[in-house]
Design a protein around this ligand. Structure first.
Ligand SMILES: O=C(O)c1cc(=O)[nH]c(=O)n1[C@@H]1O[C@H](COP(=O)(O)O)[C@@H](O)[C@H]1O
Length: 247
């Protein structure tokens, strides 16, 4: 079973490449994977991915692709050629887009001699509340039901897993089984600031509910001592895992 360190993905949401690499050095002992998102990729590009890989870091390239199947699948093939370990698309792009993206990512990785990346789909963003979902976005029903339905379509489309808020983990596990990967941002250690995140849990609660990986950014990168913050999160997860009380 993965331990707390393996399960922690740190979001490197900075635009300064030097700062990103400093964080990688500082956090590597406590972090399973580094997330390169839009801010860092759009400012540092593919070179940033290469630099982090050179340091031995695993990479979740989080570009949340959402476009027609042809466009997303060709982009996924190109990104898989960079040798990233995980990449994502939006489930709202539909079954066919997801299916083609997963195939293209595997082919792109093989053509470049890389291991195939895990391909996962973002469901409903953790910054969306139930009230926003119904009234601002005009969508019917409960977020948890939409997320679970999208997770099932994602699995059927041949992807490895989903990104969801921690509030939906248990329902997705029930619907999609133990091998399905669930990556959960919206992680807030107790007492930390929620900021723009609406659907949140602590690291321990998320792992207890069955999260495969958690994503944490500002609670670590914005801390006075990022390494201590990351270590505290991995220890909190290890304590739950050691008790064997993972659902
Ligand atoms: O795909 C993601 O990683 C993602 C999906 C989602 O629904 N919510 C979400 O916060 N994220 C990412 O997870 C990270 C959370 O960062 P913090 O809120 O600073 O911990 C950010 O980099 C977001 O881009």
């Amino acid at each position: 079973m993965l331990n707390g360190k393996d399960r922690l993905i740190v979001a490197l949401d900075v635009s300064d490449g030097r700062r990103a690499l400093e964080l990688v050095d500082m956090l590597a002992p406590f972090t399973g994977m580094f997330k390169v998102g839009m801010e860092l990729f759009y400012s540092g590009g593919a070179d940033m991915v290469k630099e982090i890989k050179k340091k031995g870091g695993k990479i979740f390239l989080d570009l949340k692709m959402h476009d027609i199947p042809n466009t997303v699948s060709r982009a996924a093939g190109a990104l898989a050629g960079l040798g990233v370990d995980m990449l994502n698309v939006h489930a709202a792009g539909g079954r066919e887009m997801m299916r083609q993206a997963a195939l293209a990512a595997r082919e792109g990785a093989a053509a470049a001699g890389n291991k195939p990346p895990l391909v996962i789909a973002v469901t409903v963003l953790t910054s969306i509340s139930q009230e926003m979902f119904n009234n601002e976005m005009g969508l019917q029903g409960k977020i948890i039901d939409r997320v679970t339905a999208w997770a099932e379509i994602t699995r059927e489309a041949g992807l490895d897993g989903v990104v969801s808020s921690p509030l939906e983990i248990a329902a997705i596990r029930r619907a999609c089984g133990d091998d399905f990967i669930i990556v959960t941002p919206g992680i807030r250690p107790s007492g930390s600031v929620r900021a723009d995140q609406k659907r949140v849990m602590t690291p321990g609660e998320a792992v207890k509910d069955g999260a495969s990986y958690i994503v944490a950014g500002r609670p670590i990168t914005g801390a006075e001592d990022p390494a201590a913050a990351a270590r505290a999160i991995t220890e909190e997860m290890d304590a739950v895992l050691e008790k064997g009380c993972v659902r």
